[in-house]
Design a protein around this ligand. Structure first.
Ligand code: CDV
Length: 317
């Protein structure tokens, strides 16, 4: 039986260091209105959508670092977005830097929340695959200090039955890892949402990995995640030059077939949308990727037992 849902991706152009939360939230609200005009039920915003991608900047003082974090959600700056979404009856995914106190200890995560069509937070995900490094590297033209500013997410990859389907979330670098999608696929995910901040260039080698390959890897990862798990994937960029640092666009919506069915054309604020059907997940989930019939967990133990690769010793040919 068809289960229609209109999915939207709200790509953001650059957010500069000097831009206030309030000015960004105005842009988010504008995109949400555009999503509403398209009949969207669910709208996905990028990773760290309220600020510039601050992990490119090296900071030593925790006080300065904390200016990029949110201590509550919603808060004064983001409340207008929650209120607008509730009045328009649109659910949304929002990425932000989360500072929280749990069991008496302060923690900081790269977080995404899922808000339902009544403006209520129904899900939280904390980024598991943190790329980059924790110390300043003088030879790099920009830093990627996620390992300095965030802890590894402690919530796993949950899914939620809400808004008529089974919804899952991940964040940016997570999209490159098949385990991300498969864990949620095993929980029946029908829509996987993600936001990303990805530099256009590889600062370590623009020869080995030129921008066109980076875009291919971006889209290929999401297409395979959708296909191999029979689910919709909505991947949304923060794009364009943030204070001179170029970030790729290429936001997409992938169908459970693995096809890209909507794609952003700019590196600015841009809305993409698709009139989707959650029932389209059924074909893959009951045929080639019928997990219960065809998976062989007894052969997969190494995947959770170790992180690094262990090839046989050299000279064993
Ligand atoms: N924000 C990210 O996680 N960015 C990474 C970059 C560093 C490669 C990504 O996987 O897109």
């Amino acid at each position: 039986m068809p289960r229609p849902i209109t999915l939207a991706g709200a790509q953001l152009g650059p957010i500069h260091k000097a831009d206030s939360r309030e000015s960004v939230v105005k842009r988010l609200c504008d995109l949400l209105r555009r999503a509403h005009a398209k009949g969207a039920h669910l709208c996905v915003f990028p990773e760290l959508a309220l600020t510039t991608f601050f992990p490119r900047w090296y900071m030593e003082g925790q006080q300065e670092v904390d200016t990029w974090f949110e201590e509550e959600m919603p808060n004064a700056a983001t409340r207008p977005l929650f209120e607008l979404a509730a009045s328009l009856k649109i659910g949304f995914y929002l990425g932000y830097a989360e500072k929280c106190v749990e069991n008496g200890e302060t923690h900081r995560y790269n977080t995404a929340i899922l808000v339902d069509r009544d403006g209520k937070i129904v899900g939280k995900y904390r980024k598991v695959h943190l790329p980059g490094h924790s110390e300043f590297v003088p030879s790099y033209p920009w830093q990627h200090l996620e390992k300095r500013y965030f802890e590894v997410g402690n919530l796993g990859f949950p899914v939620w039955r809400t808004m008529g389907g089974v919804m899952g979330m991940c964040i940016c670098n997570d999209r490159r890892w098949p385990e991300t999608y498969r864990v949620m696929g095993l929980k029946g995910a029908e829509v996987i949402m993600l936001g990303y901040n990805t530099p256009t260039a590889n600062r370590e080698s623009n020869t080995i990995e030129p921008p066109h390959l980076r875009m291919m890897h971006n889209q290929m990862s999401m297409q395979m995640g959708a296909y191999q798990n029979g689910c919709w994937v909505v991947g949304v960029a923060k794009a364009g030059a943030e204070d001179g640092f170029d970030m790729m666009g290429g936001s997409v919506i992938c169908a459970p077939s693995g096809e890209i069915v909507a794609m952003a054309r700019t590196v600015g604020d841009e809305l993409i949308s698709v009139d989707a059907d959650l029932d389209e997940c059924t074909f893959n989930k009951t045929t080639i990727f019928n997990f219960a019939a065809h998976r062989r967990p007894e052969a997969y133990g190494i995947i959770t037992a170790q992180a690094g690769a262990t090839p046989p010793p050299e000279g064993e040919e």
